[in-house]
Design a protein around this ligand. Structure first.
Ligand SMILES: [Zn+2]
Length: 71
């Protein structure tokens, strides 16, 4: 899968933060989803559905571009 700049990704928080959606505390060193585009950080609960959606969208894009057949 191609990686674009600005893709959401799973990170380890480098500093204490809180989820942009539910405001749950994200402690330093904890896993969280980060959206560079918009500089948003989400806890694992809130970030996962969005992240999955992104991954499936990106996979569709690859299929359209004919840059790889997953089967
Ligand atoms: Zn959350």
């Amino acid at each position: 899968m191609k990686n674009y700049k600005g893709d959401p990704r799973l990170i380890n928080a480098r500093f204490k933060s809180s989820c942009c959606n539910c405001e749950a505390e994200i402690r330093k060193g904890e896993s969280a989803y980060y959206w560079p585009h918009g500089k948003m950080i989400f806890c694992l609960v809130c970030g996962e559905p969005e992240f999955r959606e992104f991954v499936s969208m990106a996979a569709d894009e690859n299929a359209y571009n004919g840059s790889g057949n997953p089967y």
